[in-house]
Design a protein around this ligand. Structure first.
Ligand code: AMP
Length: 364
């Protein structure tokens, strides 16, 4: 079987690494000549909307999937009319626009922060009068890792926040005073079976994920599973999906979902019976889904901007490092490492060592 992937970044690379033992081959479409998954398959080099390359991708692959959600709707539709595409274009359309996504959550009775659309400075003033301070103004599309977002704490912040949108449609969200951020990663098969990973507890800094810790037996697991299965069933979703949530006083509020494998699930490579990458492939290839059970306590730390010397990382006990083969650049995710431990204290100590190393090279 050959899987086509739009994008050849680290997510595509880890999907391919999970596919090799299953004898799956890969073809990537990516505009970057040195994209980090390229050595793991055929590389179609060019724009995502080049009709010739899309036709070639569709012809070469038995099934096409994505490593990012900002795939233009016409590209997704074109691919879906030529080959099998999972997840289906509808999931991308919902996930790539924050207003549509929030309305979809509400329709499914999945709670969100209060929000209002923003399409002019006047509408921003109106929105803030109903939502109140503090709030966050986000662009509706193309936002990731906290990009295109401004926190508004007082009237003086309104003008700069509006200017930052640069005329793009936006959404104003009430600031959620969360106790913690969590995500649930689930995989759904073509026949509708769903498996759920233990919750990840996620620590962000400057809008970028820094640490994700697996939380087996978490008190919020059931609520998160109910929300993510509602979402996947409504979308008739096939593949892995990540739902990001805020926990506020024992309740979960949805922030956003990613229709793909997710950074907060990288710990599943060594920390679960079957990784999110393998389960994504199993789902889209109509193979039985694998167990999501945790094999021990585990946590992942991202290396942003730069990577320490490999021997420094490997000097930490029970560590598993993943170097993405990407040129270091400010704010860029270039590697991650996962640690496993039997007890929480041991895990905390290993995470601290990894996070110290990550902070030493972090330039974001
Ligand atoms: P996002 O791009 O929506 O995932 O936002 C990036 C990060 O900004 C989140 O992981 C949170 O740490 C923070 N954030 C986003 N929206 C809110 C909100 N409504 N209230 C509080 N924090 C938020």
């Amino acid at each position: 079987m050959k899987v086509g992937i739009l994008g050849a970044g680290q997510l595509a690379r880890m999907i391919a690494l999970a596919g090799y033992p299953l004898d799956v081959e890969f073809v990537f479409l990516d505009p970057s000549a040195d994209a980090c998954a390229n050595p793991l398959g055929e590389h179609l080099h060019g724009d995502y909307n080049d009709p010739r390359l899309l036709a070639e991708l569709a012809a070469r692959a038995d099934v096409v999937t994505y490593e990012f959600e900002n795939v233009p709707a016409d590209v997704a539709e074109f691919l879906a009319s030529h080959t099998q595409v999972h997840p289906a274009p509808k999931s991308l359309a919902v996930a790539q626009d924050r207003l549509i996504e929030k309305a979809y959550f509400r329709e499914l009775d999945i709670p969100t922060a209060p929000y209002a659309p923003v399409y002019s400075f006047e509408s921003l003033e109106q929105a803030i009068s109903s939502i109140g301070f503090p709030a966050i103004l986000k662009s509706c599309t193309m936002g990731y890792d906290g990009k295109g977002q401004s926190v508004v704490k007082s009237l003086e912040d309104l003008k700069p926040a509006w200017e930052q949108l640069a005329g793009a449609p936006g959404v104003l969200e009430g600031f959620v005073p969360f106790n913690r951020e969590v995500s649930i990663i689930a995989a759904r098969s073509i026949s509708g079976d769903i498996v759920f990973y233990p919750l990840s507890e996620n620590v962000h800094r400057d809008g970028i994920l820094r640490i994700a810790t697996s939380c087996e037996g978490d008190s919020m697991q059931q609520q998160a599973e109910a929300y993510v299965s509602r979402l996947m069933e409504a979308l008739n979703y096939v593949g892995v999906l990540a739902l990001e949530l805020f926990e506020v006083e024992g309740d979960l509020i949805a922030n956003e979902f990613a229709p793909r494998v997710h950074n907060s699930g990288h710990w599943t490579i060594e920390g679960a019976e079957t990784s999110q990458f393998e389960n994504h492939l199993r789902a889209i290839l109509d193979l039985p889904l694998g167990s999501t059970a945790a094999v021990s306590k585990s946590a992942m730390v991202n290396f942003i901007g730069n990577v320490p010397a490999t021997e420094e990382i490997l000097a930490i006990p029970n560590v598993h490092v993943h170097l993405y083969n990407k040129t270091p650049r400010k704010g860029r995710k270039v590697a991650h490492a996962t640690v496993r431990a039997e007890t929480k204290d041991q895990l905390d100590s290993l995470v601290k060592q990894l996070a110290t190393l990550a902070d030493q090279v972090d330039d974001s």
